[in-house]
Design a protein around this ligand. Structure first.
Ligand SMILES: [Zn+2]
Length: 282
């Protein structure tokens, strides 16, 4: 769409106007733009390299007429980011030791002067060739859920051991995990929470498969980590995980009861986000 509502002062803002702003000024608009019709959160999208004009993308409330007019899905800007990381051979450092989400996408973006466009024009080039981008569990889960090309990308992850593993190998949907592929490897397992089953007050099994099914990955959240999860993600109770996406980063193993499982004891190795309204994974 070509116009969005600026919530700070209730004014209409055109994409062509926003395009003329400097990146720092544009940054001030983040979180302040909504669809004029349904008030769904909106964001500015730059002119694309294949000639599409600058516009706004929004997460519309279902039935919003603006959604029908806009043919661009919400996640596209993220896919541009992934393409840039692949082209620049960037490496994603897995931040699971307390430094989570220290690097926001735009903080890692180099701004360079573009010759011939005046002294104050800046071009966005993405992180420098070969440079490292630090990502914690929460940002990684957002990227997995909202950016269709991230989960299949060949961008390398650097694990705490120093090992490099491509994104498409490091992350697995819970339902796709297998003993052969995952036991003994530090990996990120993600999916939607359908059921939570209490285990003698010691913790919760997520989406626990039937007892006879020993091949499906079982995710376990010990009770000791529940308070940290509730606080970090602003939940009223641990039961609110139902219906949300979760990511557990762990070395999958075979338990004493011959169960294929993963569990987390540090909140830095766990993330949860609400299921998006227009979920690209449905
Ligand atoms: Zn709308």
């Amino acid at each position: 769409m070509q116009f969005a509502l600026l919530t700070i002062d209730g004014s209409d803002l055109g994409a062509a106007q926003v395009e003329l702003l400097q990146p720092s000024e544009r940054g001030l608009l983040r979180g302040q733009l909504v669809c004029r019709t349904c008030r769904g959160p909106a964001h500015f999208r730059r002119r694309s390299t294949n000639g599409n004009a600058a516009c706004f993308a929004a997460r519309h409330v279902s039935g919003c007429p603006e959604a029908v007019l806009s043919d661009s899905p919400w996640p596209e800007p993220g896919d541009e980011e992934v393409a840039r990381w692949e082209a620049n051979e960037n490496v994603i450092a897995l931040a699971i030791d307390g430094a989570e989400d220290a690097t926001e996408p735009d903080d890692s973006t180099a701004r360079v002067r573009t010759p011939g466009q005046g002294a104050h024009r800046y071009a966005r080039t993405g992180p420098a060739f070969g440079s490292t981008i630090q990502r914690g569990a929460t940002n990684l889960l957002r990227q997995l859920v909202n950016w269709p090309t991230f989960k299949t990308s060949s961008v390398n992850m650097r694990l705490p051991s120093g090992e490099l593993v491509p994104v498409h190998t490091f992350f697995s949907r819970v339902r796709d995990a297998s003993r052969e592929g995952h036991v003994g490897h530090l990996r990120g397992f993600w999916g939607l929470v359908h059921t939570l089953d209490d285990w003698n007050g010691r913790g919760l099994w997520i989406n626990s498969p039937p007892a006879y099914n020993l091949d499906s990955l079982r995710l376990f959240l010990p009770s000791s980590i529940h308070p940290a999860i509730i606080e970090k993600f602003g939940l009223a109770s641990i039961d609110e995980l139902r219906g949300r996406y979760v990511l557990l980063i762990d070395t999958a193993r075979i338990s004493g009861g011959n169960r294929f499982m993963a569990d987390v004891y540090q909140v830095e190795r766990f993330a949860t986000i609400p299921k998006p309204e227009n979920d690209p994974n449905d």
